[in-house]
Every structure is written in structure tokens, then in C-alpha cells.
Design a binder for this molecule. Structure first.
Ligand SMILES: *Cc1c(COP(=O)(O)O)cnc(C)c1O
Length: 376
């Protein structure tokens, strides 16, 4: 018989999600408004440095609204991390604007502040000052925000933090997503907590969040009939999904601790294999370790792909790191600044199963399989 499937990261419900969903049904708040949605925003605000919060249908819609609020329009340019999921960059295209991609640095694998500055200087020399910067905190690891914020403020360019993977992580004790003009979270099924599908936009600017909610509910002007002076979107989170989110927020800290424990477990157990390395947290950086990621050394006899296929044979899901955006066919004509760090990470990196609902047996099985793959 085949071993049970171990997933990369699957939903992990706590004790109270179902109770809140049942409440939503009992009250018949099956709509993109309702008491659970309000409470979810309130509780999310509490753990996000008391920012204003708009709960939305996805992290992608949160990035889209942030770009609209920053007046990103046709033919504008927006800077974005290259090493990320396509959802970080797609909303730039929704606005008819152009992404300019930036390489990673090798300490955190996130946006390189030096390449960022070179890009800004180049674009300003070409008379196209970038309208915004989308910085991604990949796999929950904070980007070098002090350096990035310093560069961005020198040129007066607003930052959107894509913390879709970074809920529960902190940077010098501040929650990711709360450090700049806008932050976004995702509650998709594979993220550290989930509402089955959902996201949020956060900001310290109350008017921006009010405007985001207005745009997210079809931009209805104040009138008894339906009156519209702007284009709107159907981007609000449903009250039922928010009810799931209420329960999930209660266990967020547990989930972070468990994922960090899983990372440490892998790191300890695999320390004898010289071909495998891990990314460390710099001082002041606290990662939720959403996914444990490893690099397989370039001269290893067992390649990243060998290892992935070995695990797959044993019904264990692992996945190459994100393929950089500047190497994606759809973005191949976009500008790119940096060298080949992101490319290197894609070539040699692997995400290991990291779900907080894995058992000790699951983890032992994965580790045994990895060790076996590297035995001569
Ligand atoms: C998941 C994710 C998104 C998009 O979030 P959705 O809720 O799936 O729309 C954006 N950026 C990154 C880095 C992500 O991992």
C-alpha cells in the first residue's frame, strides 16, 4: 500500500472556526457584510500594529486596490520583486502599467536594495519615475526593510508590502505589512492561516482604507438607487469566510510556532548532509517559516530535481522555489535590474512540506526519504 500523501502546506483548522461559521448561518449573514467581517477586521488590526484594515476576497485584489489608491495608471511603471509568485505582479498589468523587476539579495532572498536603487536611477534618467514599489516578504522571511525604505524615501516612492506569505512574521518586532504605506495579506488555502480564499489590505491611512472598501463593493455613490461616478470592483470578503478567519486568527501564533519548530527539526536532522543549506534569520528578523526552503549545492550529485522526484515517488509533495518573474514568458519583455541570484535560487532551491498539521511521523518519513536520497 502507498504511504499517505504529505502535502506542502494544507489548511489547518482550529477549534472555533466551525462555531463562528455556524453563527454566521444562524444569523443569516451570508453576505459580503456582517458582524464576523467587522470582527475579523478588528482582530486583524490588533495584530497588525493597529492599522486600518479592509478584508477582501484575495491577496491579489488587495494589491490591485493598493495600486489604484496610489494612482497607478496606464503606461506608469511599478517596481516589483522578481523572485515571487505571479500574483505580486499581475495587478500591475491589470492597471495597464509596466512592471520593472528587481533581483534578490542572498541573505533573505528578497528584493536587493542596491539593485532597487540602480533601477530607480535608471528609470528617472529615462524620465519615467516609478509610481510604486511592491516588496515581497517571501516564504515569511522579512525583506531588508530599513535599507529599502531608505532608498524609497530618498526618491519619494511609496511602498506596498506583499506580506501574503508573511502574516505572523516581524521585523525588529513590527509586524510585516505594517512598515510602509500599504501592506497586504492572503488567506488562500495554502497560506499560514486561511479563510478558504481571502486577503486584506492594511494601512495607517484611514481614508485609503475607506476608499478601498468603497471600490471593493462596486463603488456605489451615496444614493437610494445605484449611482456610480467611478469604476468599482467586487472584491469584498464574505462574512462566512471571515467567520473562518476569526477562528484562524485565534490559532495564528500556534501555527507560527509549529512552522518554526518544523524548520528547526529539518535543519537539525539534515545538518549532516553538506549538500543541503538553509536560509538563516538575520538579527531582528523573525520569520513565520511559512515554508521551509533548502538550497542543494551546485556540485551535488543529487540534484534538486532528483530529490523532488524521489520524494514524489514516496507520495511526498515538495516544490521548486518560485520561478522569477523576469524569466516568465508573459513578463519576458519587462525591464530587470540585478544579476542572477533569483535565477540561482530557482535552479537549486526546494520547498519542503511545512504544514502545521503534519504529524511527527510525517516529518520523520520526509527526513528519512531525504537522507536516503543522499546516501551514496
Ligand atoms: C498567495 C500570494 C499572493 C496572492 O494571494 P491570493 O490570496 O492567492 O490572491 C500574492 N503574493 C504572494 C507572494 C503570494 O504568495
Amino acid at each position: 500500500m502507498k504511504n499517505k500523501k504529505i502535502w506542502l502546506s494544507s489548511p489547518h483548522m482550529g477549534e472555533n472556526e466551525f462555531k463562528y461559521v455556524t453563527q454566521a448561518f444562524d444569523l443569516n449573514w451570508i453576505a459580503p457584510v456582517g458582524p464576523h467581517l467587522n470582527d475579523f477586521e478588528k482582530n486583524l488590526s490588533k495584530i497588525s500594529d493597529n492599522k486600518y484594515v479592509a478584508a477582501l476576497g484575495s491577496g491579489t485584489s488587495a494589491i490591485h486596490l493598493a495600486l489604484i489608491l496610489l494612482d497607478v495608471e496606464r503606461d506608469d511603471e511599478v517596481i516589483c520583486s522578481s523572485f515571487t509568485f505571479s500574483a505580486s505582479a499581475n495587478p500591475i498589468i491589470y492597471q495597464g502599467a509596466k512592471p520593472v523587476f528587481i533581483d534578490s539579495e542572498m541573505d533573505t532572498w528578497n528584493m536587493c536594495p542596491e539593485s532597487l536603487e540602480l533601477a530607480i536611477i535608471d528609470r528617472i534618467e529615462n524620465r519615467i519615475k516609478p509610481k510604486a514599489i511592491i516588496v515581497v516578504h517571501l516564504y515569511g522571511m522579512p525583506a531588508k526593510m530599513n535599507e529599502i525604505i531608505e532608498v524609497a524615501s530618498r526618491y519619494n516612492i511609496p511602498i506596498i508590502e506583499d506580506a501574503a506569505e508573511g502574516l505572523g512574521s516581524t521585523y525588529y518586532n513590527k509586524p510585516l505589512g505594517s512598515l510602509t504605506e500599504f501592506g497586504i495579506y492572503s488567506f488562500n488555502g495554502n497560506k499560514i492561516i486561511t479563510t478558504s480564499g481571502g486577503g486584506a489590505l492594511i494601512s495607517s491611512n484611514e481614508d485609503s482604507i475607506k476608499k478601498a472598501k468603497f471600490l471593493a463593493t462596486q463603488a456605489r455613490d451615496h444614493a437610494p438607487h445605484y449611482e456610480h461616478s467611478q469604476i468599482g470592483y467586487n472584491y469584498r470578503l464574505s462574512n462566512v469566510s471571515a467567520a473562518i478567519g476569526l477562528g484562524q486568527l485565534e490559532v495564528l501564533q500556534d501555527r507560527v510556532e509549529r512552522r518554526r519548530e518544523i524548520f528547526e527539526h529539518y535543519q537539525k536532522e539534515l545538518s549532516d548532509i553538506n549538500e543541503i543549506s538553509f536560509v538563516e534569520e538575520p538579527d531582528g528578523f523573525y520569520s513565520n517559516r511559512w515554508l521551509t526552503t533548502v538550497l542543494i549545492s551546485a556540485n551535488s550529485k543529487v540534484s534538486r530535481e532528483d530529490l523532488r522526484l524521489n520524494l514524489e515517488l514516496n507520495n511526498i509533495e515538495s516544490r521548486p522555489l518560485w520561478k522569477p518573474m523576469h524569466l516568465q514568458p508573459i513578463f519576458s519583455s519587462c525591464k530587470y535590474f540585478g544579476s542572477n541570484n533569483a535565477e540561482y535560487l530557482f535552479k537549486y532551491g526546494l520547498c519542503l512540506p511545512s504544514g502545521s498539521n503534519m504529524t511527527e511521523n510525517d516529518i520523520a518519513r520526509i527526513i528519512t526519504n531525504i537522507k536516503r536520497s543522499f546516501e551514496k
